[in-house]
Design a protein around this ligand. Structure first.
Ligand SMILES: Nc1nc2c(c(=O)[nH]1)N[C@H]1C(S)=C(S)[C@@H](COP(=O)(O)OP(=O)(O)OC[C@H]3O[C@@H](n4cnc5c(=O)[nH]c(N)nc54)[C@H](O)[C@@H]3O)O[C@H]1N2
Ligand SMILES: Nc1nc2c(c(=O)[nH]1)N[C@H]1C(S)=C(S)[C@@H](COP(=O)(O)OP(=O)(O)OC[C@H]3O[C@@H](n4cnc5c(=O)[nH]c(N)nc54)[C@H](O)[C@@H]3O)O[C@H]1N2
Ligand code: SF4
Ligand SMILES: [Mo]
Length: 882
């Protein structure tokens, strides 16, 4: 067995360290054993369900392994020459602003740096934007307004030192699970309080001291109400305000006039008593960390929402002190690295903007022939410009905008119109790749080498532990090759990611005398002159602390001209009453075990089991009025488009509000495509879209039959029916299906082989299995009025030998009862098993469930779900007893 290689997780911005042991039991080059890295400061050995199961995603299933021009394989030389030539020609004919790059927080810092340098210094346009626009840009804009620089003044340790943690618009238990576990561990150890502010009652709310299910979009009112109340209670830090904060004229007067407790409670649709409890908790706990993510950022007033939070922290001096900070947690593994190199169209490089002296400075450093002198197009505008014919060549890297941009139908039209589309991806077939003229095979996690920065400014190495498969190449290499072929050989002469790291680190330090002298906090001088071996061995380190190693801003020095932070006056946006034709509000977000457009988590059978289909969550009262039942199919429509979802009743949804997940695509479903629905409206400061709130309506969709299809192997099929969603299962794929008309055509999806069938005329049920050499190759179950059996046993038969006609019974001798939806993916424990154990063994807490079943004792991602099931089941037991 080879030694473990220390790297970082491929997924979220928590940035957990991983010890990866390739080929652990000699099973093959593309296998790896994954453990949490005990020495990594972010996770200290813990991993959530996604990180734990990374090993299931490293096979070559679906990989793009050669450059493709159209549908033809091409050599790298041919493909790169074509990209360079088409970009150069387009620039020559239409100018630098006729081309664009659209990149991603999933690139490594080194990749990002080269892309940014090529566009902003050499092509001479700032038309490079990133999916971080959809993710972090309101936080960036808020930080710049308040601090003069995009610096996150917090670390995970602050969460452990805090007496109060406030989670605003963050489903931390699902989206930043290790941060959540650290919060919960600190609560257990020190009794810290937890408040969750989210219109939905998510699993993050389990065990919180208080959940405020506020009206969506009312966060500014809430934070202003808090600040006004603290001012009235004399709970501000007047000294801090006087020394370190600029407060605009009239700020307090406006606040006092608009934000009393009762008005706030009404605007936010909250119980005044609950609101008061939050205010008191805040007043009484100077060590407060307010964590925020997409419920705040993804709003058409996201930047104001961010500043409303920062205002409260500045006015109470809760910043730059242990256990006291506003904390924007980042989504993607390298969202922060992208911000550091300036990957947004609105920033230049190294935390500099487009002020003329910055343009001149970066131009000198790069010896750049034609610097971009002004910000470029932001993501939503960029694709709009493409639709209008103004962007004539685009290069998309490590993001899937045909799924993830708002009004994705329009985005697809824009891509279809664009004369030259290049897509660099690790996966061959994606919704975006379908529009590409050239597809370039990028190195994936485990094959690429470089650095990432997590939410708490810790820079870590991602290390390669597998060979590059096929002709895949790292993103930095692909970009620099195009730069060289466009004529800038010397400027893009990188042989190793360390070459790029050194240049990036030097740029952060170049003529940067720190915030007290008009410079910036971001300064990597100490890491600029390192050799390749030192880069190889680089331990995780945090940038941006004060000289005495306290957090940024601990000395009260901010990156503004005056050195003071700024309170920003913010106004609560008008909240619309429901529209007649669009009476509901659509909220969108994430599932615990899927990552974005599922190109990678979708490969892991274990991760598929938590949610096998895209659901629309509906308040039970609303569902009753609309005649919708659990498990029905329903169409969500918005002015932008429509898509189908499976209905789930949820009393965690406020009346009038529905929720859908962002993960399903054309590759995995005929419905469930959330991206088609949100409106392309953006925040005026940041350009970030308001993904969390779109007027919508919902209607039941009738189908005459339903069923499922299980196929062995990896070859994807398109199932021709109204509803077909696909998830990976061990050895194959499971498709849940439903539709109208004659279902016979579905049988064409079954492979060739020995067919056995059973028909039940009265229920309109049909069961077909295909057996090849004694092994199950495929099975189709359909019914008009009957029930369908559990899929688990049948899925298990994909691995069995000597399968016969008995397979159509869908259960073996002595087979287990249906386990129900998988809750614990590590030990494959289902809802029904957990409920039964709680009832039969009178279990009272989560550790007891762990003892009885193992559930929750490995990665811990399901512990909030177990807590919820425990409460519900025990309530039912009590109700039954009464
Ligand atoms: N499992 C998983 N984890 C992930 C990801 C993933 O795809 N899957 N993606 C990563 C990425 S890139 C990101 S950006 C993060 C996102 O992490 P989060 O921001 O935690 O996730 P979301 O589900 O997008 O939304 C957060 C919450 O905001 C709430 N919300 C909606 N409207 C409002 C509002 O008006 N006010 C308030 N206060 N709350 C509101 C929603 O109900 C939702 O529960 O997750 C990262 N982690
Ligand atoms: N409605 C709605 N929409 C949203 C959101 C929401 O909450 N609601 N959230 C938004 C947010 S916060 C985000 S971050 C985005 C995410 O949306 P996307 O960025 O579009 O989603 P991903 O699936 O992560 O896309 C990454 C792509 O890069 C590929 N890839 C993976 N690794 C590499 C690599 O090393 N190199 C290259 N070249 N390619 C690679 C993957 O196969 C995949 O195709 O979605 C946004 N869209
Ligand atoms: S919390 Fe989970 S997904 Fe995020 S970095 Fe850690 S292991 Fe990876
Ligand atoms: Mo994100």
């Amino acid at each position: 067995m080879r030694a473990a290689i220390r790297t970082t997780c491929a997924y979220c911005g928590v940035g957990c360290g991983i010890a990866a042991t390739p080929n652990p039991d000699g099973a093959g080059e593309r296998t790896v054993a994954i453990r949490g890295d005990e020495a990594h400061p972010a996770n200290q050995g813990r991993l959530c369900s996604k990180g734990t199961h990374l090993g299931e995603t490293v096979a070559l299933t679906g990989r793009l392994l050669t450059p493709m021009i159209g549908d033809r394989r091409a050599s790298w030389d041919k493909a790169l020459d074509l990209v360079a030539r088409r970009f150069a020609d387009t620039i020559a004919r239409h100018g630098p602003d006729s081309v664009a790059f659209y990149v991603s927080g999933q690139l490594l810092t080194e990749d990002y740096y080269v892309a940014n340098k090529l566009m902003k210094g050499f092509i001479g346009s700032a038309n490079i934007d990133t999916n971080s626009r959809l993710c972090m840009s309101s936080a960036v804009a808020g930080h710049m307004r308040a601090f003069g620089e995009d610096v996150v003044p917090a670390s995970y340790e602050d969460l452990e030192l805090a007496d109060l943690v406030v989670l605003v618009g963050s489903n931390t238990a699902w989206c930043h699970p290790i941060v959540y576990q650290r919060i919960q561990a600190a609560r257990a150890a020190r009794g810290a309080k937890l408040v969750v502010i989210d219109p939905r009652r998510t699993e993050t709310c389990e065990g919180a001291d208080l959940h405020l299910a506020l009206r969506p979009g009312s966060d500014v009112a809430l934070m202003k109400g808090l600040l006004a109340w603290l001012a009235a209670e004399n709970a501000l830090d007047r000294e801090y305000l006087a020394r370190h904060v600029e407060v605009p004229e009239g700020f307090w007067e406006e606040l006092e006039a608009t934000a009393d407790l009762w008005t706030t409670a009404k605007t936010c649709d909250l119980d005044p008593q609950a609101l008061l409890r939050f205010f008191e908790l805040f007043r009484d706990n100077p060590r407060t960390v307010t964590v925020f993510s997409q419920g705040i950022n993804q709003s058409i007033r996201g930047t104001d929402q961010v500043n409303a939070i920062l205002n409260v922290h500045l006015a109470t001096g809760r910043i730059g002190k242990p256990g006291a900070a506003p904390f924007s947690i980042t989504g993607q593994p390298n969202a922060m690295g992208g911000r550091e190199v300036g990957g947004l169209a609105s920033t230049l490089a190294s935390h500099m903007d487009f002020a003329p002296e910055n343009v001149a400075r970066v131009g000198r450093f790069w010896a750049a022939p034609q610097m971009a002198t002004k910000p470029g197009l932001k993501a939503v505008d960029l694709f709009r410009a493409m639709g209008e014919g103004r962007i004539k060549a685009v290069w998309i890297m490590a993001t899937n905008p045909a799924v993830s941009l708002p009004d994705a139908g329009r985005v697809r039209e824009a891509l279809a119109k664009c004369p030259f589309v290049v897509v660099s991806d690790v996966i061959a077939e994606t919704d975006t790749g379908a529009h590409a003229h050239v597809r370039l095979p990028a190195a994936a996690w485990g094959e690429k080498d470089g650095t990432v920065t997590n939410s708490e400014r810790v820079v870590s190495r991602q290390r390669r532990f597998m060979v590059l498969p096929g002709e895949a190449m790292p993103d930095w290499w692909i970009i620099k090759e195009v730069g060289r072929r466009m004529g800038w050989k010397g400027e893009f002469a990188y042989d190793h990611p360390a070459d790029i790291w050194r240049e990036h680190a030097r740029l952060t330090a170049y003529q940067n005398d720190g915030p007290a002298n008009g410079g910036r906090v971001l300064n990597l001088a100490g890491k600029a002159a390192i050799g390749n071996q030192a880069y190889e061995d680089m331990e995780p380190f945090r940038w941006g602390n004060c000289p005495d190693d306290r957090g940024p801003f601990a000395d009260g020095q901010f990156s503004t001209p005056s050195g003071k932070a700024r309170m920003v006056p913010v106004v609560q946006m008008a909240l619309q009453d429901p529209l007649r034709d669009w009476p509901l509000t659509l909220n969108t977000g994430r599932y615990r075990d899927q990552w974005h457009t599922m190109t990678r988590t979708g490969l892991a059978p274990k991760l598929a089991r938590h949610r096998e289909e895209p659901l629309v969550e509906v308040n039970p009262g609303d569902a009753e009025v609309m005649g919708l039942g659990s498990g029905d199919l329903a169409r969500v429509s918005t002015p932008q488009g429509e898509s189908l979802f499976r209905v789930a009743l949820s009393d965690g949804q406020r009346p009038g509000e529905i929720f859908t997940p962002i993960h399903w695509t054309d590759q995995t479903s005929t419905g469930g495509r959330t991206g088609l629905l949100p409106r392309p409206l953006v925040d005026p400061h940041s350009g970030q879209p308001g993904f969390k709130s779109t007027p919508a309506r919902l209607a039941r969709v009738e189908t005459q039959w339903k069923g499922f299809l299980i196929l062995r192997g990896e070859q994807p099929v398109k199932v021709p029916c109204l509803w077909a969603t696909k998830v990976a299962v061990p050895g194959g794929a499971l498709y849940e299906i439903a539709g109208n008309g004659d279902p016979a055509r579905i049988e064409a999806c079954l492979p060739k082989g020995e067919r056995i069938e059973a028909i039940d005329q009265t229920r309109g049920s049909r069961r077909v299995a295909v057996i090849v050499e004694g092994r199950l190759a495929g099975v189709l179950f359909l019914t008009r009025t009957g029930l369908l059996p559990s899929r688990d046993w049948l899925i298990g038969q994909l691995a069995a030998e000597g399968v016969g006609a008995a397979v159509l019974a869908a259960r073996g001798p002595g087979s287990q009862p249906d386990k129900g939806a998988t809750i614990c993916v590590c030990f494959d424990i289902g809802l029904n098993q957990i409920v039964a154990a709680i009832r039969e063994q009178a279990l009272v807490d989560v550790p007891a469930i762990g003892k009885a079943l193992g559930a929750g004792t490995n990665c811990g991602s399901c512990r909030p779900a177990l807590a919820k099931i425990l409460v519900q089941t025990n309530e039912e037991v009590l109700d039954a007893a009464e």
